[in-house]
Design a protein around this ligand. Structure first.
Ligand code: GDP
Length: 463
């Protein structure tokens, strides 16, 4: 992709609003702005008024399009690091499109998704970790997601990773000095001290790694499946968690024939929640329901959390027992919901044995809010570490950071082992170099083009 050309896009969401923002970035941003925007104030020139708002007319050639405000951010002190111009116009769908058309016919090219932020990354205005965090801010559906990806949290994480990088770099240069000039007293640390330092650095990496399950539960979400035989109240529970009627609820067994799936924030955690067709004996089902049951099984195998629903007003039968046995074989966390407790309950939590990590007795129909709250608190207990102060300490939340730090941990472990076996220091040094490479991936200094493209592909046009 060439970065010379000047790009433009509507940065506000599609649809009608009070105002809309059109953003332009690139070498010709100022020239493009001068072609479309005429300040009202006599004698005012855009280039003479950086970072100040100017009011004026927006035109496409000679034709008046709208009146609005313009701000010019000269390079390099702008979001992208290039010349940036932002035009605010009236927020109607058509008028906004007409302003963008004016900007494009004045020489700008339509921006691709995430291209502004990508340019900010290429021009060194943002690290990849920061760009990723901005992506999370844009997608955030819960306060904890916002907290984890906000600017102060980003800084805390970036500082932590920088601290690890600096400590490894200084250790490595000391080791190299000792290897290259064995007769001089150049190395800052002895081999024994190096081992202690490495162990401390490994402790810091492990601490970061230990935050990932919590960060993942908050940001990436937990693949969750609601399972149970037909008519126990799975769809009612699904709707209770979503707080709306997303699934059809009827008293006819086998109503939910396909897998419904939604992202929902439940307390602190995010769920990728699937309501399923139930897992009754496939011989009892018709063809369409049978396909639904097969899909349910596929979902169950991928799930990280399974919410198994039982009708507490009826005794457990063979189908319930078969479900429990089937779930026992899966590695996911499991919560049992004894539903319909508004009726006379005949199943007790004890009757389920030790197959579940938590059991909730409730009525999804009569108390949907309480049911959702009980599930939220169990999901938080199972998937987050309450001692982690989200927003105040470094928390990793992307699979990319986690796998890079995991590699750094493995390489440092190998360096420690080399020291403990009393090998030449060269062996430890090359493992430390590898660990530094992995740290560079964690903070986004050294990542492949594919990873970069993957991150920016999640952004919308105009960001
Ligand atoms: P699914 O087939 O497991 O998805 O079950 P549904 O959610 O469609 O519910 C089946 C029937 O049970 C419907 O008539 C619901 O109104 C009823 N139901 C669901 N939850 C409760 C509950 O907590 N108490 C009572 N009494 N009925 C419920």
């Amino acid at each position: 992709m060439a970065y010379g050309h000047t790009i433009a896009a509507i940065s506000t969401p599609p649809g009608k609003g009070g105002v809309a923002l059109i953003r332009i970035s690139g070498e010709d941003a100022l020239a493009v702005a001068e072609r479309v925007f005429a300040p009202k104030r006599r004698g005012a020139a855009i280039k003479d008024n950086p970072r100040a708002q100017l009011y004026g007319d927006i035109r496409n050639s000679a034709e008046f399009v709208d009146d609005g405000m313009l701000t010019y951010f000269p390079a390099p002190h702008s979001y992208t690091g290039e010349d940036v111009v932002e035009i605010s116009c009236h927020g109607g769908t058509l008028v906004t499109r007409c302003v963008l058309e004016a900007v494009l016919s004045a020489g700008a090219t339509a921006a691709e998704a995430g291209e502004f932020t990508r340019r900010a990354f290429i021009n060194g205005r943002l690290t990849l970790t920061e760009a990723e965090a901005i992506g999370t801010v844009l997608e955030a559906r819960s306060r904890d997601q916002l907290r984890i990806s906000s600017a102060p949290s980003r800084d805390i994480l970036a500082e932590k990773i920088a601290e690890i990088r600096e400590e490894l770099t200084s250790l490595l240069s000391s080791i190299f000095a000792r290897i290259d000039y064995p007769d001089e007293d150049l190395g800052e640390f002895t081999a024994r001290e190096s081992l202690v330092i490495l162990t401390e650095i490994d402790g810091k990496i492990n601490r970061l790694l230990s935050t990932y399950p919590t960060g993942k539960a908050i940001c990436e979400g937990i693949r969750t499946v609601i399972a149970g035989k037909p008519n126990v109240g799975k769809s009612t529970l699904y709707n209770a968690v979503l707080g709306e009627d997303a699934a059809i609820v009827t008293s006819v067994a086998g109503t939910t024939r396909d897998v419904l799936s939604r992202e929902v924030s439940l307390g602190k955690v995010m769920l990728h929640l699937s309501d399923t067709a139930g897992v009754r004996n496939i011989a009892l089902a018709d063809e369409v329901e049978g396909i639904g049951i097969e899909r349910t099984r596929a979902e169950l195998n991928k799930a990280e959390l399974i919410i198994a629903v039982f009708d507490a007003s009826r005794p457990l039968d063979g189908e319930d027992a078969a479900l429990v046995a089937e779930l026992d074989a899966l590695g996911a966390a499991k919560i049992a919901v004894l539903n319909k407790c508004d009726l006379d309950a005949v199943i007790t939590p004890e009757s389920l044995g030790g197959s579940f990590d938590a059991v909730i007795s409730t009525s999804a129909k009569d108390s949907p809010t309480d049911t959702a709250a009980a599930l939220a608190s169990e999901a938080e207990r199972l998937f987050t570490d309450g001692s982690i102060r989200v927003g105040e300490e470094a928390v990793i939340y992307s699979a990319r950071q986690n796998s890079a730090l995991m590699r750094a941990h493995v390489f440092i472990g190998a360096a420690i082992a080399a020291y403990e076996r009393g090998e030449w220091e060269d062996a430890a040094a090359s493992e430390i170099e590898r660990a530094l490479g992995a740290i560079a991936e964690a903070d986004g200094r050294a990542v492949s083009d594919e990873v970069v493209a993957g991150i920016f592909s999640k952004f919308c046009v105009g960001k």
